[in-house]
Design a protein around this ligand. Structure first.
Ligand SMILES: [Fe+2]
Ligand SMILES: [Fe+2]
Length: 203
């Protein structure tokens, strides 16, 4: 009897030590995030090409800058997924290229979904599951997408008003977190991750 009690106690100890819950939701969210960011990056690159064809060079620049930022988000999420010992499933980015006005609206809709629904949920799950690196990666993307949403809205407004020549002509993208600046008004250090502006990528 004594031995059985001792065994039961030891089993209990082992179980208590192993009660760290696997971050199931965060793993799925990272995969969805990688797919979303990779698709957005490819989509914006195609939208940039279309904008250039239509003579909207300033709008093309914004699409190029956002495309770069989304590729950084995808890479950051992928690094966290790898650190969790998980692998990304194969997928093919799917999107439609229309007119630049329609593409801008699609971009605004995509960013709005990420800002209002996707990243808030991902962040809540990552905090619950205590995956700090995912919280960081999702936060950088979330904060960047808010800026993209604003940039795209201004561009669509300018397109409607025929004033797209007054839009920023150059952007700066932080290579660490994807933060995106109008190059004429960037911070000395990235407001999200403190990277020095000397390291920003000019688009
Ligand atoms: Fe974005
Ligand atoms: Fe940054």
């Amino acid at each position: 009897m004594k031995n059985i009690l001792l065994l039961a106690f030891m089993v209990l100890l082992v179980l208590t030590g192993c009660n760290k819950v696997a971050p199931v939701k965060t793993t799925e969210n990272l995969k969805a995030g990688i797919k979303g960011e990779t698709t957005a990056s490819a989509k914006y690159a195609a939208f940039a090409q279309k904008a250039r064809e239509e003579g909207y060079d300033t709008i093309a620049k914004l699409f190029d800058a956002a495309s770069k930022a989304e590729s950084i988000h995808a890479a950051n999420h992928a690094k966290v997924l790898e650190e969790l010992g998980e692998k990304m499933d194969e997928f093919k980015p799917e999107f439609e290229v229309k007119t630049t006005a329609e593409n801008l609206q699609a971009a605004i809709d995509g960013e709005s979904y990420e800002v209002s629904t996707m990243y808030p949920q991902f962040l809540a799950d990552a905090k619950t599951e205590k995956v700090d690196k995912a919280v960081k990666s999702f936060t950088w993307a979330f904060d960047t997408e808010k800026k993209h949403q604003q940039f795209y809205s201004k561009d669509l407004e300018a397109l409607k008003m025929n004033s797209e020549k007054n839009l920023p002509v150059e952007y700066a993208v932080c290579p660490v977190c994807g933060n995106t600046y109008d190059k004429a008004s960037m911070d000395a250090k990235c407001a999200f991750c403190q990277t020095d502006q000397a390291k920003f990528v000019t688009i």
